[in-house]
Design a protein around this ligand. Structure first.
Ligand SMILES: Cc1cc2nc3c(=O)[nH]c(=O)nc-3n(C[C@H](O)[C@H](O)[C@H](O)COP(=O)(O)O)c2cc1C
Length: 163
């Protein structure tokens, strides 16, 4: 599980994904895109990115682009941590501009989960943007849904291979 986070909310979602994968029998670990981990030695990949200005944060976008050959060669799932204006939340494809993410990963699935605004830790420009957009401190991250999603990934990844 590789994650790109700015304020830690998406990283914690990555921890929940790892929990779900482990519950499903997968020996998973969590790596930060900014540490440039290699994908070698892994059988599947789950990649998650925090969304700012409709795009994944730069470090995980760059990591995904750099390792696109390896990611396309293994089962891959991706998730975004985005919407903070709901509920109701916008549809996945309205929240994230994928750019070439789907092409780089050949992802089996992309899920966009609602995110978190950690107001005290925002940068001054981020605080100003939240004021302008009238977005308040919040935490909409659906922990149980994320763990369930990861368990479903584990089932698919470890299920019987077709003849
Ligand atoms: C300045 C700013 C811009 C944001 N832009 C978007 C956006 O364009 N689309 C979106 O869905 N979420 C947006 N968000 C919400 C973040 O994606 C959400 O808070 C996310 O969970 C943060 O993850 P992190 O704690 O890992 O950095 C924005 C948040 C901030 C503070």
């Amino acid at each position: 599980m590789v994650v790109g986070s700015r304020h830690g909310g998406t990283r914690e979602m990555g921890e929940w994904v790892v929990d779900g994968l482990r519950q499903g029998g997968i020996d998973a670990d969590l790596r930060d895109a900014e540490d440039s981990p290699g994908p070698e030695g892994y059988d599947i990949a789950v990649v998650g990115g925090a969304v700012y200005a409709a795009r994944w944060v730069e470090n995980v976008r760059e990591w995904t682009r750099t390792h696109s050959d390896a990611l396309r060669a293994m089962p891959c799932w991706i998730f975004s941590s985005g919407p903070v204006t709901g509920p109701p939340f916008p549809a996945d494809e309205e929240s994230v501009q994928f750019g070439r993410l789907l092409e780089w990963t050949d992802a089996r699935e992309h899920r966009c989960f609602p995110g978190r605004i950690d107001s005290p830790n925002l940068r001054p420009r981020e605080k100003a943007m939240c004021l302008t957009l009238r977005v308040a401190e919040c935490d909409y991250r659906p922990k149980d849904e994320i763990v369930d999603w990861a368990r479903a990934i584990a089932r698919e990844a470890t299920g019987p291979t077709p003849p």
